[in-house]
Design a protein around this ligand. Sequence first.
Ligand code: AHR
Length: 507
Amino acid sequence: MESAKLILDPAFEIGPVERRLFGSFVEHMGRSVYTGVYEPGHPEAGESGLRRDVIELAREMGVTVVRYPGGNFVSNYNWEDGVGPADERPTRLDLAWRQIETNAFGLGEFMSWAGELPAEPMMAVNLGTRGIREACDLIEYANHPRGTRWSDLRVEHGRREPYDLRLWCLGNEMDGPWQVGGKTAEEYGRLAAETAKAMRRVDPRVELVACGSSNSGMPTFASWEATVLGHCLEHVDYISLHAYYDPAAGDRASYLASAVEMDAHIDAVVATADHVAAKLGSRKRLRLSFDEWNVWSQSLFGGEASLEWAEAPRIIEEDYDVTAAVVVGSLLITLLNHADRVGIACQAQLANVIAPIRTEPGGPAWRQTIFHPFALTAAHARGRVLRVEVASPTFPTERFGEVAVLAAAATHDDDRGELTVFAANRSERPLPLEIDLRGLPGFTDARHVVVADEDAGARNSEETPNRVVPRALDGVVLGGDRLSAVLPPTSFNVVRLARGQAVRRGL
Ligand code: AHR
């Protein structure tokens, strides 16, 4: 049986584990908001209408940041429609997803929900049908203490203290022909720079994310980033990346190797941002916000034109299997291995729409398979990300050629005396793994937890919500500066080492 090897050394590190890598996304789309996070009258919802069962699952997942309210939705959204007395809010047509939007849920409800988790809000402004004025009005409503038109309106709406929203997206996927109010790179770059300058005048403490390409397959990928950043590099803190990895398009091997594509995508955006900085004579090393990523059978979706006008319809409620959990785990590994430049990442989305959490109206909420690699990584990636040296057998893929069977990342928390290895086995055979712990002596306890199943197509459902759950595995051997374990076929693994009995405290 072929085996893989990892070398770890605390002298070689990538950067600190940024807690904002464990972000998620709630968009007014399908049943993400309505009957997802918000369902007045549900037995789990109190007076606020917020579903407690979903809050508890999001908390268990370890979600740290939540992007809101879109997505494509934001590009034709009037934020004022979603504040103030609920019975005075207008019902509107949402042009992004052909939905009837009641506006029963808006900024105040979202902020209460995010406060319950708690998670940091990441707010997007509409740069599709609106512009600088409305973005400034929103930030004045949210962050200005009081004594002005918009801040006083917030107080009138029952919120005395400012929300103090720090993280803001300057629009969404503005290069997409599907985007309401889409723009050329020149148009958007100028608008992003001017909006950023104005928003900072309202509140200088904001952190701003400019839109990068909608995905790395866009015909203008990289030239979009170069032009946009040519205008706004000095005015923003992040550039966004979006990517969905499609199980329904192409060969299974390439799908399993999706992290190779994410890796190249990140490298290309870093190179482009640094190229722009060099051209401008700037020393700025722009950070990346991978604020939409997930597995999505997008090639099976007919697009917004295929949708009928409806209120909170069931759209793209993807059922995830074990293979999807392994792909999601390997994508999280890639994000960790870019901790030097990727400062924010949001899995898209949180509830029902391509989501780790599923709900039924009036019924239960449950964890999809992809919930588990996210929750395990958010819980155990602590301290600093080490640069891992991987030696692995390979497998052939149509899109990427030969790819390593093993994807791995490691984090080291010196203060807590913990070392954690995250490893995906992308092969249908067991993979023996040996870890060389040079420079990391003294670990006395090791624990191996795995997300896998005899059937890589196994899923969780309302009827069998716990078919796929993390399980502890015996067989890990720790001796001196070596650890060995066997990674089951098509699996996501977490191997935790501690000094003393620390890792025995739970999965
Ligand atoms: O997450 C679903 C959609 O995918 C978002 O609205 C959009 O930004 C992306 O194209």
